[in-house]
Design a protein around this ligand. Structure first.
Ligand code: GDP
Ligand code: MG
Length: 324
């Protein structure tokens, strides 16, 4: 990364050069200040070329079949001539170890496909950091001509909210027979869902899937839909049957059509951009606070006073913030 020719790199992305695209992403993930500066320049140049993809987020508890779903759908779309990029949001990822995309074997066919590109979750960051990087990677992919972006996320913690805030369609995968407690999926996640699909609807699993579908449909009546023009459907799919995920894709396209007509699509993208801006402002403020020498010098004394009950936590916070 020593002598990066920025213009060449930007042109490389635009020319859909995979190596250059990966290199641009590596710059985006770097914590070296000069790299971050370069990354910002790249993003600025690429921004006018972004926005033209179908952004699909996939969540669900581990083992529900997210990676297999993405492989199945991704291969179908790539075979049909789409350029498919797969990204992941997994704050626990160590890149080498047990990340959700760590074992690429799960997406063997897709990763070998000429029309597909798979990028694991950026490693060693907070969720906020991972989400910000992934969002930028998504934009780089769009500038590089990818017209379908599939984002896999772990169905635990706050990752779903972060992914729902960057996609056009948020899909929650579930499996039948895992109990009424909705498999640890919080009600809040169902509120974010644009679609729910019960996966593994194959073999002798069909009856249980039909029952689960009924149960979920009842549960969904109690949940306010994310978009007024769209009632969140409960679907079934199989990721091990060829084209078994295509009915879900058709719903994604139907949702897109309806939301574009109603104006919800544009509104959602605008809201997401603003939300992202404020997330970055929040994080920037935290960083400024952490890096501020005056504040750092005060922290031990102020902490001591709070611990001793000499000053109130709120007065202490005000004092520290006043140094910003
Ligand atoms: N029968 C069946 N098995 C599936 C299906 N989708 C995934 N699996 C299996 O379920 C396991 C977990 O799948 P994986 O995609 O890694 O789940 P993830 O943790 O949600 O990404 C694997 O053994 C898959 O082969 C499906 O549609 N039908
Ligand atoms: Mg997975």
């Amino acid at each position: 990364m020593q002598d990066v020719d920025l213009e060449a790199l930007i042109q490389g992305v635009i020319d859909r050069n995979r190596r250059m695209t990966a290199k641009a992403m590596t710059l985006l993930e770097s914590r070296v200040p000069e790299h971050q500066e370069m990354a910002a320049k790249i993003m600025e140049k690429l921004l006018p070329l972004t926005g033209n993809s179908i952004r699909l987020g996939v969540t669900g508890v581990p083992g529900v079949g997210k990676s297999t779903f993405i492989e199945n759908l991704g291969v179908y779309l790539a075979d049909a001539g789409h350029q498919v990029a797969v990204l992941a949001v997994d704050p626990s990822s160590k890149r080498s170890g047990g990340s959700i995309l760590g074992d690429k074997t799960r997406m063997e066919k897709l990763s070998a496909h000429a029309n597909a590109f798979i990028r694991p979750s950026p490693a060693g960051e907070t969720l906020g950091g991972v989400a910000a990087r992934t969002r930028e990677m998504m934009l780089v992919c769009e500038a590089a001509g990818f017209d379908v972006i599939l984002v896999e996320t772990v169905g635990v913690g706050q990752s779903e909210t972060a992914v729902a805030a960057m996609v056009d369609f948020f899909l929650v995968l579930m499996i039948a027979g895992a109990g009424d407690e909705l498999q640890g999926i919080k009600k809040g996640v169902l509120e974010l869902a644009d679609g729910i699909a019960i996966n593994k609807a194959d073999g002798d699993n069909q009856d249980r899937v039909a029952q689960a579908k009924k149960d979920l449909e009842n549960a969904m009546h109690l949940i306010l839909p994310a978009t007024a023009a769209w009632q969140t459907p409960v679907m079934t799919c199989s990721s091990v049957v060829e084209k078994g995920t295509v009915p879900v894709w058709e719903k994604v396209l139907a949702h897109r059509k309806i939301c574009k007509a109603s104006g919800d699509f544009d509104q959602r993208r605008k809201n997401q951009a603003l939300e992202w801006m404020w997330t970055l402002v929040d994080e920037g403020l935290k960083q400024m606070f952490k890096n501020n020498q005056n504040i750092n010098a005060q922290i031990p004394a102020v902490s001591h006073q709070v611990a001793q009950g000499k000053i109130s936590p709120s007065a202490a916070a005000r004092t520290l913030l006043s140094y910003l």
